[in-house]
Design a protein around this ligand. Sequence first.
Ligand SMILES: Nc1ncnc2c1ncn2[C@@H]1O[C@H](COP(=O)(O)OP(=O)(O)OP(=O)(O)O)[C@@H](O)[C@H]1O
Ligand SMILES: [Mg+2]
Length: 320
Amino acid sequence: MKYLLDITGLTVSYYTDIGRAIALNQVDLKLKQGEKLGLVGESGSGKSTMGLAMMRMIKPPGKVEGGSVVIGGVEMLQLSDKEMLKKRLSTISYIPQGAMNSLNPVLKIKRQMIDAYKAHYPNHKLDQVLQLAHEAMTSVELPEHVLEMHPHELSGGMKQRVCIAIGILLRPQIIIADEPTSALDVVTQRQVIETLNRVQQKIGSALILIGHDMGLMAQSMDKVAVMYAGEIVEINDVQTIFTNPKHPYTQALISSLPRLQNRGEFRGIPGMAPSLYRLPNGCRFHPRCNQQQPQCQTTSPHKSVFEDEKYVTCHLYEAS
Ligand SMILES: Nc1ncnc2c1ncn2[C@@H]1O[C@H](COP(=O)(O)OP(=O)(O)OP(=O)(O)O)[C@@H](O)[C@H]1O
Ligand SMILES: [Mg+2]
């Protein structure tokens, strides 16, 4: 089996009063064991939806409409709810966006770790859980006495590490960390990313890091996937994304990064991301694209696949 994670055609919609928002449209993603992927995109592009769909945690008004999520040869979307509950934490783990602010203020960290574990394995012995909790704390470089503390006694970085520790209690094969560094200062951001990297290396899992900060991605990820309005428009290795981005949206993202050479001059991407309820025809990016061609207004582009399942979804790269 070449790929640990093999997602094809994953499609998720949210049904609301104003209509159907296709928050994920036919998304494909493959990851090998131990590989690290950065998932980037503007707010509302579908990053969290992607993580939640992999975990089978999409709740109404959301609905998984189709596609396949295979991990280690097992189709997650076909499992019973009970089987899926066991896969969470042990095979695939999701550290939610804002998790560190959702820790229960009145419970000690130890209690919260035990509860998280027991939600998946109610019959396991307490000794066993505590052993895992101690190991997880060591992995995220927190002293064991933190287990006896309450969230308000911890700094933001420590709280985020606690959330990572809960996520890795059962050494999952895939860790998804959803914006683990937002709301932290830059020094703490880097420390949290270093911790995630070390943990990932220690347990040999694949890592999907969701975020906006391309600088953090550049530092430690192997690959970057760029999302736009519910689609992955480009996946490439991190080097190529920064030095030779293919999709006009990726190009615009990279050229809008601040650089010392062009101090004072800020180049953003013109226009706004479309509402998922009123998507343009053809390519979803075409109204903002500086390399637009006539077919972009009418026809959705196909994926052009390069080696090792990297791809770009843009008419410019389609074989004529
Ligand atoms: N509970 C919900 N009800 C209705 N629509 C939703 C819901 N959750 C998400 N959506 C829709 O799905 C889209 C994608 O949301 P998602 O949270 O996945 O984006 P994101 O890329 O994680 O954004 P952010 O960077 O702000 O976290 C949103 O634009 C929104 O239209
Ligand atoms: Mg999100």
